[in-house]
Design a protein around this ligand. Structure first.
Ligand code: 5RP
Length: 226
């Protein structure tokens, strides 16, 4: 049986056209996009990739995908990225891999954002299957945690292998569970943006344009935002 992540990841790489500047997302689904893009580069495709994490940058370099920084590009034609949850309106939770800040910067600069997921990431309400990651400067962890609790979240400071997790930007991630999910993602995103010490939240509102869903039966569905 084919892996739904591989089906979606490879399919999305076909959206890239010769000469494009391409935002390169992060995660195990985009991994397959990078593999396919590397194949296409070897076949003669010209592109400049803007990586959203150190992990993606390392893979792209290793596999021969040409890279550029945000300082070097005027615009991003297309970004391909994963998601932890995506709803019917293409609103998302991202940041499972800890790259939400750079991913959101790149998404906001992109003409088109293509999201690659397995069908298990489709939800009717955000926050029901995945905790919302929030990137916070270490100095402000205490007050931000208290504020998030007051907003109804159960907060866990992300750790990996017994150590506090640090993002590529030197910050912490607070993973927030809301008992009944997130009723109004747009309002919550706005509220979080106003909290000093929060660098970014994993709520991605109105940033996705195309959704590529890999399925267990080996097929792939491409949906465009209405
Ligand atoms: C990283 C992300 C990823 O795109 C998201 O976690 C999905 O990852 P995967 O494709 O491995 O399930 O937001 O910060």
């Amino acid at each position: 049986m084919q892996n739904p992540k591989e089906i979606a990841g490879r399919r999305a790489a076909e959206f890239v056209e010769h000469g494009m500047t391409v935002g390169l997302g992060t995660g195990s689904t985009v991994h397959f996009t990078l593999v396919r893009l590397a194949e296409r580069v070897k076949e003669g495709l010209a592109l400049r990739g803007v990586p959203t994490s150190i992990d993606t940058e390392r893979k792209a370099r290793e596999w021969g995908i040409p890279l550029a920084t945000l300082d070097e590009v005027a615009a991003i034609d297309l970004t391909i990225d994963g998601a932890d949850e995506i709803d019917r309106e293409f609103q998302m939770i991202k940041g499972g891999g800890g790259a939400l800040l750079r991913e959101k910067v790149v998404a906001a600069l992109s003409r088109r954002e293509v999201i690659v997921v397995g069908e298990d990431k489709l939800v009717t309400r955000l926050g029901t299957t995945f905790a919302l990651p929030i990137e916070v400067v270490p100095f402000a962890r205490g007050p931000v945690e208290r504020r998030l609790c007051a907003l109804g979240a159960e907060v866990v400071v992300r750790a990996r292998e017994g150590r506090t997790y640090t993002t590529d930007n030197g910050n912490l991630i607070l993973d927030c569970r809301f008992a009944a999910g997130i009723a109004n993602a747009r309002a919550l995103e706005r509220e979080l943006a106003g909290v000093p010490g929060i660098v970014e939240s994993g709520l991605f509102i109105d940033l996705a344009h195309v959704l590529v869903v890999g399925k267990q039966d080996g097929t792939c569905e491409v949906r465009h935002k209405a």
